[in-house]
Design a protein around this ligand. Sequence first.
Ligand code: G16
Ligand code: MG
Length: 219
Amino acid sequence: PINALLFDLDGVIVDTAIYHYQAWRRMANTLGFDISQEFNEQLKGISRTESLEIILAHGGLTVSENHKLELATQKNEWYLELVSQMTPANILPGVTALFGAVKAAHLKTALGSVSKNARLILERIGMIDDFDAIIDGTKITRGKPDPEVFLKGAAELEVRPDECVVFEDAVAGIEAAKRAGMLAIGIGEPSVLTQADLVVPSLAALTLAEVLTLTGLKT
Ligand code: G16
Ligand code: MG
C-alpha cells in the first residue's frame, strides 16, 4: 500500500523555477552571454554548484574555484530577493486540496528537495508545518538523479521505499524516485517525463483516491 507521499518543492509545490532562471540569467548576462528558457529545463532539480558548472560550460568560460563561489553566492542573493516576495498565494493549484485529503487519510508526507533554501520558501508560503519530514539540500550529499534525497525521506518517515509515491516535475527527479524504488508521478509533459508511472499537467488534475489506486501500475 501507499503510506507516504514525497513532494519535490520547485515546480510541484511552488513555481520557483522562474526565479532560478531569472537569477541565473542575470548572472550569465554579467559574464557576457545569455541562457534561454529551453536551456533552463536541464537545470531543474540540479544543485546550485552543478547548475553553475553547466551554465559556465554553456558560455564557454573557465573560471577559478574562488570566482565560482562568488558567482554562486551572487546568484543566490538575487534568487533570495525574488523569494522574499513570496506569499501563500504562490502555492500551486491543487496543492492545498491534496494536502487536506492526505492529512484526513492519515498518510505521511515529506519534502524532497535539493534546494538549500527549501525551509525558507516553506516559511514564506506558510507550509513549514505541513510536512512530517523535510529533506533539503542541507541534509544530502548527492543531488538528483541520485535517490539519496527520497531514500532519506522514507527513512525519516519510517516507511519502505515501495510504500512511497513521489511527485516530481524534473527529469532528474523522476529518475531519482525510480532509482529509490518508488512510484513516480510526473507534473508536466508525458513526452518529457518518460520514466514516470503517471504524468499529469498539475496537482489540480489529480485526487488522492487516484494516487492511491496507482499501486497496481507499479512496474
Ligand atoms: C531546486 C531547483 C534547482 C536548484 C536547486 C538548488 O530543486 O529545481 O533549479 O538549482 O533546487 O536550489 P538552491 O540554490 O536554492 O539550493 P528541487 O529539488 O526543489 O526541484
Ligand atoms: Mg522540481
